[in-house]
Design a protein around this ligand. Structure first.
Ligand code: TXA
Ligand code: MG
Length: 316
């Protein structure tokens, strides 16, 4: 059991009220949080991350009732999903209310909302009272942090505070479900599985390329420094031998992680990508899991990590 760092949470609340950015833990990954009602505070997030300004942020809330302050024309499905999965790794995209800042939504008419399932995040959100806009606490395009030390390594003294809540229990980002146009669509697979959503919604949820993009800006996402190469299990040994013969230092994801336990795989994925860099690997060889359950989110992140560098994607 984690004992709540009460003093640190109070300091974090004071910093949020003062318009500062604070890193905090969630069950998925660490976030870089700021007061979602303060445009100057929100601007600091974009500057820290080097994130394109038209790339919208998720607003984190203390409980489901708060969504009425941030969204309009809320469909019944949203309440049903909130009841089932919040607090938890699900972000709902809804039509935004008029009070929402353009800086948060990148000028779109929709907003992403979520109630995270981490005791420290919930204590922070309850104490603060308002919405906390937060992207993952990594530089744009880099691997998301699942431990406080990952955030420290990336931002160091640039942040007034990093709330330490231990290792993230889910390890991949929240599932993003778009409820704004009517028919639900999955924009990003994540901690809540597609199957679980479909069970509650009683309909098939198509996976949709998000229309939200940062034109021409970006390299592959969730990417370590090492080149990530996807291979089949059958070909892995041969691939590795060829790379070694070519003088490359090769790491195998399967040696850094248990690839058979999907929960452990998701939890450890980003730490393993970082470990490949720490080991000085030139190449990280990975095989895609079955794309069921959490395997869908894991495969999505591995594909993006292996994607061509210097190209845009829609992740953040
Ligand atoms: O698990 C998570 O969701 C973490 C933790 C910190 O909550 N946050 C996170 O935020 O992953 P970020 O900014 O790294 O990724 C959020 C994604 C982005 O790809 C963004 O484009 C999308 O959510 N998004 C946010 N608001 C949106 C909107 N109104 N419409 C479509 N996509 C949206
Ligand atoms: Mg991100």
């Amino acid at each position: 059991m984690l004992t709540l760092p009460q003093d640190a949470i109070l300091s974090a609340i004071a910093l949020l009220n003062a318009g500062e950015v604070v890193a905090f833990p969630t069950e998925t990954v660490y976030g870089l949080g700021a007061d979602a009602s303060n445009p100057d505070a929100v601007a600091k997030i974009f500057a820290l991350k080097s994130r394109p300004r038209n790339h919208p942020l998720i607003v984190h809330l203390a409980d489901a009732e708060c969504i009425e302050q941030w969204a309009r024309e809320i469909p019944d499905e949203a309440w049903e999903l909130a009841r089932e999965f919040w607090p938890g790794p699900l972000t709902l995209i809804l039509k935004r209310s008029t009070r929402v800042l353009d800086a948060v939504t990148g000028g779109q008419d929709s907003i992403g909302l979520r109630v995270p399932a981490h005791p420290v995040a919930l204590a922070l959100l309850h104490g603060f009272g308002g919405g906390v806009a937060a992207p993952s606490a990594n530089r744009f395009g880099a691997v998301s942090p699942t431990a406080a030390e990952h955030v420290r390594a990336e931002f160091g003294d640039l942040l007034p505070m990093i709330l330490d809540g231990g290792l993230c229990s889910v390890g991949v980002e929240s599932t993003i479900l778009d409820l704004s146009p009517g028919t639900p669509a999955l924009l990003r697979p994540g901690g809540v599985t597609k199957e679980a959503l479909e069970r509650v919604l009683k309909l098939a949820v198509p996976l949709k390329q998000s229309g939200v993009r940062a034109p021409g800006q970006m390299a592959s996402h969730y990417a370590p420094r090492a080149e990530v190469i996807l291979t089949t299990r059958a070909e892995a040994a041969e691939r590795e031998a060829a790379l070694r013969a070519a003088g490359k230092k090769v790491a195998r994801l399967g040696e850094l992680i248990d690839e058979h336990d999907m929960r452990a795989y998701a939890r450890r994925l980003y730490a393993a990508l970082r470990a490949a860099d720490t080991q000085g690997a030139d190449v990280l060889l990975a095989t895609l899991p079955d794309e069921r359950g959490l395997g869908l989110a894991i495969a999505d992140r591995l594909r993006k990590a292996a994607g061509p560098r210097g190209r845009m994607t829609s992740a953040g």
